[in-house]
Design a protein around this ligand. Structure first.
Ligand code: 2IT
Length: 445
């Protein structure tokens, strides 16, 4: 495989799609050696086929705001790869959404879903619609209009969306309601649904909980635990909330959260009702964390800054892609960080990852660490298919097992001769091999 050749070909075809090209480059570098050991991959042009989405659906979403004004947004669904199972992945509503971001997310999702061992292909969708400051009625009308443009491409065995940034239980409910009205079938088709209409227990918590189970596994490998560790978390959405809850339960002390306006440092630890307060802050729809420091005066608000300048044992980026850059990584390493686990998708820039790996800092990528969210979505699909709802204990037990298994795959494929575990390499190789073999098994299509 000639990585530079493939990448320059992709750059020429998709100029300016920087997140997408970044995600592809990371995987290609990691899998180059194993790829070259399998001439059947080269013969079937597996890489060339795998880096292009199977299909991209783009549609105009028109809706009416509360003032009666007509609004237009763009909707997308990137159906990346269904070699392993139906297209599966979240929907993101954020002003920054564009095709490059959704292609990177769909590409990552394909390998992440393969790592879960559940039968799910990879996809991602979304819109440049910004939920910030919108009323509930506006959000509902937008969700309904979005589904009018997309529903024909979905189905329980075709494509099963879920939430992502800007899309939580409320939005999934509105989208699923409209979808169901159009197809007149109760087959699931969305995950992250409400508990009363086919949702899975533990799904809201699953991304954060799964991430902490993964971190527990990483620490156990170093004969360590979360007990007494200080933890920097970024973001204050659903993922940050689940991560803070589980980190605290397991004996860690979460000292930061962040929003687009800056970050909060709370030396006493963000626990108990302070974690619930995150949900309140999110529900206001204003997308700011500053009010935390007014409510809890022992905490400090640092406007316009990122939490990575604080001295902590563990860093858990839980906000968005490329939120930890090379400079942030240098600060974390200089302050003696012991472990960095991406809970956001592609939370670290390539420079940040290089800094962690060169300094032999234990680092794991989002596609392994945050796979508990989509894994629990897979469990929701199973429950819908058998028309049953499992107990919280059953779902949580399976989530534990899946995260340990992903950790095991990373160790198996990522342990270097000096004993250092390169989780990025391990996750990419394990995910890639499964998708590549599934594609080979189904012929040239
Ligand atoms: O990035 C992700 O894995 C998600 N947003 C969850 C996807 C899903 O289908 O549950």
């Amino acid at each position: 495989m000639d990585i530079n050749n493939i990448l320059s070909g992709l750059e020429a075809k998709h100029p300016g799609e920087k997140e997408y090209l970044q995600a592809v480059k990371e995987v290609l570098i990691c899998v180059e050696d194993v790829y070259n050991q399998h001439p059947e991959f080269e013969k079937a042009k597996i890489i060339e086929r795998m880096v292009e989405p199977d299909r991209i659906v783009t549609f105009r979403v028109t809706w009416v705001d509360d003032r009666g004004e007509v609004q237009n947004n763009i909707g997308y669904r990137v159906q990346f790869n269904n070699a392993i199972g139906p297209y599966k992945g979240g929907i993101r509503f954020h002003a920054s959404v564009n095709l490059s971001i959704l292609k990177f997310l769909g590409f990552e999702q394909t390998f992440k879903n393969a790592l879960t061992t559940l039968p799910m292909g990879g996809a991602k969708g979304g819109s440049d619609f910004s939920p910030r400051g919108k009323s509930e009625a506006e959000i509902m009308r937008f969700c309904q209009a979005f589904i009018l443009g997309l529903w024909k491409n979905l189905g329980p065995d075709r494509d099963v969306p879920a939430g992502d940034i800007g899309v939580g239980g409320r939005e999934v409910g509105f989208m699923y309601g409209m979808y169901k009205k159009l197809v007149n079938e109760c087959t699931g088709t969305f995950t992250g649904k409400g508990l009363d209409f086919g949702g899975s227990r533990i799904r809201p918590e699953a991304t954060g909980f799964g991430a902490l189970y993964f971190v527990q596994n990483m620490l156990a490998k170093k004969n360590d635990t979360l007990e007494g560790k200080t933890i920097a978390i970024s973001g204050f959405g659903n993922v940050a909330w689940g991560a803070a809850l589980k980190a605290t339960q397991l004996g860690g002390k979460v000292v930061t959260i962040s929003g687009p306006d800056g970050y909060i440092y709370d030396p006493e630890g963000i626990s108990g009702d302070k974690i619930d307060y995150m949900l309140y802050l999110r529900a206001t729809g204003e997308d700011i964390v500053a009010p935390y420091a007014e409510k809890y005066p022992n905490a400090t608000f640092y406007p316009g800054r990122k939490p990575w300048e604080q001295k902590v044992d563990i860093a858990l980026p839980c906000a968005t892609q490329n939120e930890v850059d090379g400079e942030d990584a240098k600060k974390l390493v200089a302050n003696g960080v012991q472990l960095v686990a991406e809970v956001s998708n592609m939370g670290c820039t390539p420079e940040a990852i290089d800094t962690f790996i060169e300094s032999r800092t234990t680092y794991a990528p989002g596609k392994a660490v945050n796979a508990g969210g989509v894994a629990t979505s897979g469990l929701e699909m199973s429950q819908n298919a058998e028309h049953l709802q499992w107990s919280a204990e059953e779902v949580d037990d399976r989530l534990h097992e899946i995260m340990s298994n992903i950790h095991h795959q990373c160790v198996e494929h990522g342990t270097e001769p000096d004993g250092f575990i390169n989780y990025m390499k391990g996750a990419n190789i394990a995910g890639f091999m499964k998708v590549a073999n599934a594609m080979i098994g189904q012929g040239i299509i």
